[in-house]
Design a binder for this molecule. Structure first.
Ligand SMILES: Cc1ncc(COP(=O)(O)O)c(C=O)c1O
Length: 398
């Protein structure tokens, strides 16, 4: 696929994309190069927590770009020190390592757990992960993921990731051996279709891992940074994990992610971990600007309230069209369509100028900006309602 204006073929063809080329964003809206406007409930896959190109982020980036882009990861820089301290102050963790992507943060979490096993548990290295889980696209994080489509790919996988079932403690207990060093999970499985671990399951996992001397790793790349109405999702369950990874929202749209650990779990020695762009001041300045907004108590309260509003509106649409449950928390929600009609809805919504995501053939996922307004939610709901009405009419005629 290519045309005179858009040399599509120069990019590796790694996924099916619509031909629209996006050129501008502001808040909940995106524009393509024909001037068409779209209401965006995807937001870069739950990345733009303050919406598209928020002025506070643009200003922080411009100011830092004029000051210092990168001194080298072998030297300290002020924004990374400040952001690490702010994250430590707001969480149960003591140390931070910044990365450029979520997968790299999770790769770091896996290495940290293996190092801990080497130092404290006779070389134990297995990390129990979950069916349906998604942790990234490096070889180790694909191996840690429980995504069926990954199974035949890029063999041989990295070994040492036995899979348990979410919300089934016995399935975790059965996998614990003297080779086990950690349990790792997403508090809400996002890519699998927004399947939450219950707060009780998270508490039981914390007790189980403590009883066996294992590390508990939460992958909060999708759920962290206010997405579910708390700064970090683990706070809902009242637990304190040993390791957490953050990504997506932490940079508000720029490539920033982080690996956080308690002092006891922070066992990297010099040479174990690093990377050219890790903790560069430009991205960390963005992270500071984001945290300053998202970390405020009234902002988090409004995320929780807006999430309840979106859930109740989705519930209304679901009841009206005979669809299934609403799952998720805060502004990470899914509508179970009960039939494989998600791709068709996404395509029609795109035509109608609304962007929605379908992580599964029968599931729609909603991950708007955390400052999305009720009017914007109402517009998206009207669009969805109209599409479902059309589809219902088409089904009746057929
Ligand atoms: C829970 C979770 N972990 C890890 C990742 C990988 O992050 P990245 O795409 O930044 O490597 C994602 C991305 O969707 C995610 O949702």
């Amino acid at each position: 696929m290519t045309d005179a204006t858009h040399p599509y073929d120069a990019l590796m063809d790694i996924t099916a994309r619509p031909p629209n080329v996006f050129v501008r964003g502001e808040g909940s809206f995106l524009w393509d190069d024909t001037g068409k406007r779209y209401l965006d409930f995807v937001q870069g896959w739950a990345v733009n927590c303050l919406g598209h190109s928020p002025p506070v982020l643009a200003e922080a980036l411009a100011a830092q770009a004029k000051l210092l882009l990168t001194p080298s990861p072998a030297f300290y820089n002020a924004p990374s020190l400040k952001l690490a301290k702010a994250l430590v102050d707001r969480s149960c963790f003591d140390r931070v390592f910044f990365t450029n992507s979520g997968a790299e943060a999770n790769e770091g979490a896996i290495k940290l757990a293996r190092k801990y096993g080497a130092l404290h548990r006779n070389g134990a290295y297995e990390i129990i992960t979950f069916e349906g889980g998604f942790h990234g696209r490096t070889l180790a994080t694909m191996s840690a993921s429980g995504k069926k489509a990954f199974e035949p790919l890029f063999e041989p996988k990295v070994s040492g990731f036995p899979k348990a079932q979410l919300n089934d403690l016995a399935s975790v207990t059965r996998l614990i051996t003297d080779k086990t060093i950690a349990v790792m999970l997403e508090p809400i499985q996002g890519e699998a279709g927004v399947w939450p671990a219950s707060d009780q399951f998270l508490r039981d996992l914390r007790s189980l891992t403590e009883a066996h001397g294992l590390l508990l790793i939460v992958d909060e790349i999708q759920t962290g940074m206010g997405r579910t109405g708390k700064l970090f999702h683990y706070e809902h369950a009242g637990i304190e994990p040993d390791i957490m990874t953050l990504g997506k929202g932490i940079g508000g749209g720029v490539p920033l992610a982080a690996l956080l650990a308690t002092e006891a779990a922070s066992c990297f020695e010099h040479g174990d971990q690093g990377g050219t762009f890790n903790g560069n001041p430009l991205m960390c300045a963005a992270g500071l600007a984001v945290l300053e907004c998202v970390g405020k108590a009234d902002f988090l309260k409004s995320v929780a309230e807006t999430g309840l509003f979106l859930a109740s509106e989705l519930q209304r649409v679901s009841a009206r069209h005979g669809l299934g449950d609403i799952r998720g928390n805060g502004l990470l929600l899914a509508l179970d369509l009960t039939h494989p009609i998600a791709a068709s809805i996404v395509a029609q919504a795109l035509e109608d100028g609304v962007l929605i995501n379908a992580p599964r053939p029968d599931t729609l996922r909603f991950m708007p900006a955390l400052n999305v307004t009720r009017e914007e939610i109402a517009s998206m709901i009207d669009c969805l309602d109209a599409i479902l009405t059309r589809m219902g009419a088409a089904r009746r005629v057929a």
